[in-house]
Design a protein around this ligand. Structure first.
Ligand code: PLP
Length: 401
């Protein structure tokens, strides 16, 4: 007899963004004339750059003739893209421990974050810095590890940076620059985590989906900037927020060949080989057209477009930050990240603040508590709307907060 996966019943009832969208729809249905400005979900608003569009058009033409047509590609990604990533995102930034064979092209960071649990043992202990991008927790719950999760609270008191686990951890999820708080880690901060993992034989899953937003020189963009990280860390990245690929779908995950851990019985397991096996079994690669589009990001024009796009969203985030600070609120983020984390006056819960802003100012935000209990009393605003709408949202925030 068929039984459903019982772990589904252990998930929180509704996925955060579905509930945000539901409340916005209810408001719109009741107020058809409303003009809601979306400062909530992390989707982007600006179009793809010219170099990406041209590369996609050229790739579409390749698909139109027998001699240049591409069918199934390698599950790991085309070598042309893996090599560009290894060279530009790592070697040219002084990180020589990473090469093309460590890079696995994905259809975005979310799938890989969800799927990485396939290569972990069932009973391992997981630590997750909270507030957190919900996928880290939910994916582990679905894999049957709900009872094994410890949350590392990131609060005002610790500068929104997690403290090292009090009890030994086997896998640690870190996301920097952070979604939702926007806080970033310095190279020195991150070194403590790599040293911890080296000493305790722990694995770090480092989500650096927002590395392109780092602006200050002492802030880490990659965990592999830290010596020894290639022995203890997997890094997950995305072109979604770097280059407007939320709808194109492309990212990559770095699983270094030097990641040797053991099975429960002590035999050596190489995580690069395991991930390769996992991907070859359950994934058939990212489309040729999409990978050509991603490759265009590494041309000089592509790099300029990435800079211009991220500068635009950073400028929005910076203006939000300044406006809220001027009003006397506690605010973090918006300096090396497109997210601004804002604390209310303590009288309202996050969802009450969300409803207040939606009803009074017609601004949607993301309730901090949706990222975990540590986010209660906070709201997240994003810099991903257009500059014009962000400016209007700020005027309304100044008026109603
Ligand atoms: N990781 C973090 C921290 C995110 O905020 C997001 C998207 O919002 C993702 C991963 C997923 O990105 P992708 O669009 O590549 O699936």
């Amino acid at each position: 007899m068929f039984y459903a996966n019982d772990n589904f019943t252990k998930l929180p009832e509704s996925y955060l963004f579905s509930e945000v969208t539901r409340r916005i729809s209810v408001y719109k249905a009741e107020h058809p004339e409303s003009d809601i400005i979306r400062m909530d979900i992390g989707d982007v608003s600006m179009p793809l750059g010219n170099s990406v569009i041209e590369a996609m058009q050229k790739a579409v033409e390749d698909m139109a003739s027998c001699s240049t047509f591409h069918g199934y590609g390698p599950e790991q990604g085309y070598p042309f893209l893996r090599e560009l990533i290894a060279e530009n995102d790592y070697q040219l930034r002084g990180i020589f421990a990473i090469d093309a064979e460590d890079i696995f092209i994905s259809d975005g960071a979310k799938s890989d974050i969800g799927n990485l649990g396939d290569i972990f043992g069932r009973d391992i202990k997981i630590c997750i810095a909270e507030p957190a991008y919900p996928v880290y927790i939910d994916a582990n719950i679905l894999d049957g590890r709900k009872e094994n999760i410890t949350l590392l609270k990131c609060l005002h008191e610790n500068g929104f940076k997690p403290e090292l686990p009090a009890k030994p951890a086997d896998v640690i999820y870190l996301c920097y620059p952070n979604n939702p708080t926007g806080v970033a880690l310095s190279v020195e901060d991150l070194k403590c985590w790599v040293d911890y993992a080296l000493q305790n034989r722990a694995l770090i899953i480092y989500d650096s989906a927002y590395e392109a937003y780092v602006r200050q020189p002492d802030i880490a963009r990659s965990i592999y900037e830290i010596e020894g990280a290639e022995k203890v860390a997997i890094e997950v990245r995305s072109f979604s927020k770097t280059a407007g690929f939320t709808g194109v779908r492309c990212g990559y995950t770095v699983v270094p060949k030097s990641l040797d851990f053991t099975f429960a019985d002590g035999r050596i397991s190489n995580l690069n080989k395991m991930w390769n096996r996992r991907q070859s079994t359950k994934f058939n690669g990212v489309g040729y057209i999409v990978q050509k589009a991603a490759a265009a990001l590494y041309t000089p024009e592509g790099q300029q477009e990435v800079k211009a796009l991220t500068d635009c969203y950073m400028s929005n985030a910076g203006s939000l930050r300044e406006a809220l600070l001027k009003k006397g609120f506690e605010v973090v983020g918006g300096e090396n990240s497109p997210y601004v984390w804002f604390r209310g006056n303590g009288e309202k819960t996050s969802w009450e603040m969300f409803d207040y802003l939606l009803n009074k100012a017609e601004i949607s935000s993301t309730p901090g508590s949706g990222f975990g209990q540590a986010g209660e009393g906070y709201l997240r605003f994003t810099g991903f709307n257009t500059p014009e709408k962000t400016r209007r949202a700020i005027e309304r925030l100044i008026k109603y907060l």
